[in-house]
Design a protein around this ligand. Structure first.
Ligand code: ADP
Ligand code: GN1
Ligand code: MG
Length: 361
């Protein structure tokens, strides 16, 4: 594709290479001859069926963030994404083959961590996601599209798993009996966040919904979060989704793709580091009920992710990219091992959160 014919950029492309390790979109770093770089992404329209809605959400939220960032003396060009429009002023480009593309400036002099050993990294990621929540706390949440309906609606995710097991198109259900029973035994937990939202005990917020540590660009010198990226799933939700998903991914003692189940545990020191950063970043905006439920958020997001991997395995691996057969079932097993350890450590998590809340008052 000739980028400068399609998007409003003035510059000549020097090189283009695949970039990042996500499960959903394809990303390319594009270097221009004048030294600037861009991030070109093909939007996965199997996952995101309304790319127009998705880009509208991203545009609205990043425009709003620019104002917030400028107001506190930050640099909006580095601290949030900016959608580069097409020549006709659209937020994305549709090519001859029907593929959807979008373009952002590449935010350079930053690092992203797929994994880390220093808990400071995780604390700083927590601060960045907490600040993201706080910056958007006054944004009119009802104006955002629900780009993936019921994305973190755990009871519906579980129902989808039951349906996949009933269909059993790959004849795999018998092979996953243990995992299906594990998910079923926890059915009574799944409604807790959604019911609290519906009852008004938890506030509906603008949330990120995919808070992996690799979705924060970090400053290599100070270690602080510079910019929260991967805004595809920004939509109405609960802070517990963001907190929980981050813990699930980042506070585990093994990576998401591990098969070393015996060592897949929750690291309480990392849990504490992220919770400290998140509470600092979010500041006053978190209410007591949200803080109280943070540990439950971690457990539910871990169970939910395991359920989603298992449903995709049963459905024939159509959603999450896999690199070898059986990988989604392995991923499910890893999440369930982690969830089981979280259940053992629930009281420890609650004690930590109570202590951090008391310290910050
Ligand atoms: P995916 O949905 O596949 O995870 P992301 O939007 O997270 O895609 O992008 C993949 C990776 O590219 C991120 O983990 C981050 O390291 C990097 N990245 C994303 N946006 C930018 C940007 N504007 N500038 C620099 N790096 C970026
Ligand atoms: C997907 O795009 P990526 O890899 O950051 C998924 C998340 C899952 C995650 C599991 C839109 O995130 O919900 O938690 O994989 N994103 C979407 O690794 O479904
Ligand atoms: Mg990502």
């Amino acid at each position: 594709m000739n980028l400068s014919e399609r998007f409003r950029i003035d510059g000549v492309v020097l090189r283009e290479e695949a970039y990042g390790e996500g499960h959903i979109n394809a990303s390319y770093r594009v270097d221009l001859t004048d030294g600037r770089s861009l991030l070109l992404q093909q939007i996965n329209t199997h996952v995101f069926q309304r790319p127009d809605w998705l880009m509208e959400n991203i545009q609205r939220v990043t425009e709003y963030l620019r104002v917030q960032i400028a107001r506190r003396g930050g640099d909006p060009e580095r601290e949030t994404l900016r959608v580069i429009p097409t020549r006709s002023g659209a937020l994305y480009d549709r090519d001859e083959e029907g593929r959807y593309w979008r373009l952002y400036p590449f935010i350079s002099h930053t690092v992203t961590y797929q994994s880390f050993s220093d808990s400071r990294v995780f604390q700083n990621a927590g601060e960045a996601f907490g600040r993201f929540l706080a910056d958007l706390s006054a944004y009119p949440v009802e104006t955002l599209h629900e780009v993936i309906p019921c994305f973190h609606h755990t009871p519906k995710r579980y129902q989808a798993l039951e349906q996949a097991a009933d269909r059993d198109i790959r004849h795999l259900a018998a092979h996953c009996e243990r995992e299906l029973v594990f998910a079923q035994e926890r059915n009574h937990l799944y409604g807790q966040i959604i019911e609290a939202l519906e009852a008004g005990h938890l506030p509906l917020r603008v949330t990120h919904n995919d808070t992996k540590v690799n979705n924060v660009l970090m400053d290599p010198e100070t270690g602080r979060g510079v910019c929260v990226v991967d805004l595809d799933t920004v939509m109405p939700g609960s802070s517990l989704y963001d907190f929980g998903d981050a813990i699930r991914f980042g506070a585990a003692t093994r990576p998401e793709d591990t098969t070393d189940l015996a060592h897949m545990k929750l690291d309480l020191a990392l849990f504490e580091a992220f919770a400290r950063g998140y509470m600092q970043g979010a500041g006053e905006c978190l209410i007591d009920e949200e803080i109280r439920m943070l540990p439950l958020g971690a457990l539910l997001m871990t169970l939910e992710c395991g359920i989603r991997f298992l449903a995709d395995a049963l459905d024939g691996d159509t959603y999450f990219k896999i690199h070898h057969p059986g990988q989604n079932l392995e991923r499910c097993r890893a999440q369930f091992a982690l969830a089981a350890d979280m259940e053992r450590k629930m009281e420890d998590m609650e004690t930590i959160v109570r202590r951090l809340a008391a310290e910050s008052r």
